[in-house]
Each structure stands twice: as structure tokens, then as C-alpha cells.
Write a protein that binds this ligand. Sequence first.
Ligand SMILES: [Zn+2]
Length: 341
Amino acid sequence: MRKSAFILSAAALVALGACVTESAPREPDLFIAVREPDPPAPPRLPNPAPPAAATPAATTPAPNSQAFARVIDLGQGVSMLMGQGGNLGLLTGDDGLFLIDDQYATNAMANLAKVEELAGGKPRYLVNTHWHFDHAGGNEVFADAGATVFAHANVRKRLTGELQSVNRAGAVSAPSPEAAWPVVTFTAGVDFHLNGQTIRAIPAPQPTHTDGDVLIYFVEADVLHMGDTYMKDRYPFVDTGSGGTQMGFIETLGRALEIAGPGTKVIPGHGELATRADLQAAFDMHRGARAAVDALVKQGKTLQEAVAAKPLAQWTPRFMGPGGFISDDAYVTVIYNELKK
Ligand SMILES: [Zn+2]
């Protein structure tokens, strides 16, 4: 079992759900780049009990400063780590630790300490699924701790500022510190071989969530990390300010369906562990949504008319659930604008 036994440790599971948020920080300067998932509203409980009078005031932790709270064992030393920011993937074993994504700059130290506590070492290899600050924000901390950071070439260009990214408010991203820049970049597929796993980093067939997305597939463990090209049961965030396209979601989900089999464990960029059937549902939604909006474009509808027609109504109950931050109207708008280009 090597070190994979750590995954089931009680300590790892204590905080189940307690700290699981995907909130975006509101740092004024450092992270002006892209607003990813805004914090979902906590579920409202009926008739909440009044707070006990004697309870001392709790100290509120700084935003996105918590280590991952959930560890999900996916077998063969691979696990999915869930907490604040994007979902992480971790492979443990005698050849060294391999990590997918590193969440925020603000919780990187906490995440690094927790990985060390659970796996007995620091990551040796780190791959970014894309450049966003809730997935690659910890690069500097992990690189300083000895990890070699790999990413699509466009991730490095966006972190250096060679490619500028514009967020939905029109703000241009600031470059990251040099220590955060990926050291090894690629534009075609790269295979890693360690701990008995073949790990394939597979660039998206065309710009999708951004122009630097990669899928990462553990062949033997049959685990596929999608980055933010897939968020479970949510409408997608097409980051057009980072080169993303809606057609890319169709192409990339199609590619993922070629990779995945019926038993593949799918790690979404955000949300719970998923299956190939979930990917199929998302693929069908993306394709159907494009066709529905295209029909309205061909009828000569304005954007306002297209949005008002609610062309995504059949998918909204599933894809606008808790944790999402893209509305049906926002997704229609993205598709409409792309079709009108
Ligand atoms: Zn993202």
C-alpha cells in the first residue's frame, strides 16, 4: 500500500465538510485577475437555534487561509483533496509526491504542511491545470519547497504577464512573482512515470476555460482530473478574458469522453467527485445549449431577447445548483456573443 494508507487517516476526515468552500477572495491588488466561484450562500436551516449566550467569540480565519479539509482515496496512491479553491489531485509513493494544482497563495503554506503531515514529504512535481489564482496561486510556496512546476506554455505566459488576462470587470491581471512561474512548459502532451503510474498531461484540444487548460489522466489508477474544463453540475465559466471559448467546452468534454471509461473517477475543477456519465451529461448540455442559442441567433433575436427566451431551461435544474456562480443567463450571453463573432 506504500504511503497511500495515510489517505484514510482519521485526522484527514475529521473536518469533513466543515471548511469546504470555494470562495473567491477579495484581495484588492494581488488577485484582480479573474473572479472564480463567488462564495455560495450557506444553506439556510429552518428555525436556527439562537447562539448560546456563554459562547466565546470565535476568531474568524483570514479568507482562503485553510488547508484542504477532505481527502478522498481514489486508489493506487491517488487521492482528491477538497477545500478552499480548486480540487487538488495527489499521487504518493516511493518515487516522490506528484501534485495537481495548489489552490490559493493564501492557503499554500497550510496545504503544504498538511500534505507533509499526511504523506511524509513535500511534492516533487506539480502540474497546474490552468493559471487561475484558485488553482495555481500556491506555485511560489510549493516551488520554494522544492517542487518543479509544470504547465501549459500559456499558463506561464499569463503568470509572467506576457499574455494579459482581463477579468469580467475589465481589470488586467498583474504578473505573478517569478518564483511562481512554471519551470517546464509544454504545448503537446507530456507523460510522467512514477510510483507505478503513467500520468498523462493532455492539453485541451482548443481553448476552453482558458487558453492553457490541461487534463491529467492517471492511466493505471483510472483517474481523470479535468481542471476547470469541468465543474460538476454547474454551468461553465468561459474565461474569455483568458482566451476561453464555449466551443472549447464541447471539444474538451468530447476528448474527455474518449479518455474516460465507465469506471473512471473524474476529479472536477470544483465540486464533488464525478463519473463519465456526469461528463456525458455536461457534454450534452454544452452541445444542446449552443444549438438552442444558435437557433435564436438565426431567428435574428437580440441578446436581450435570446436571454429572455430562457433557452437553457431544460438544463438549469441540474446545472445551476449549489456552488455554481454562472447563471443560465450568463451562459446564454457567452454563447450568443461567441456565435455572433
Ligand atoms: Zn479556473
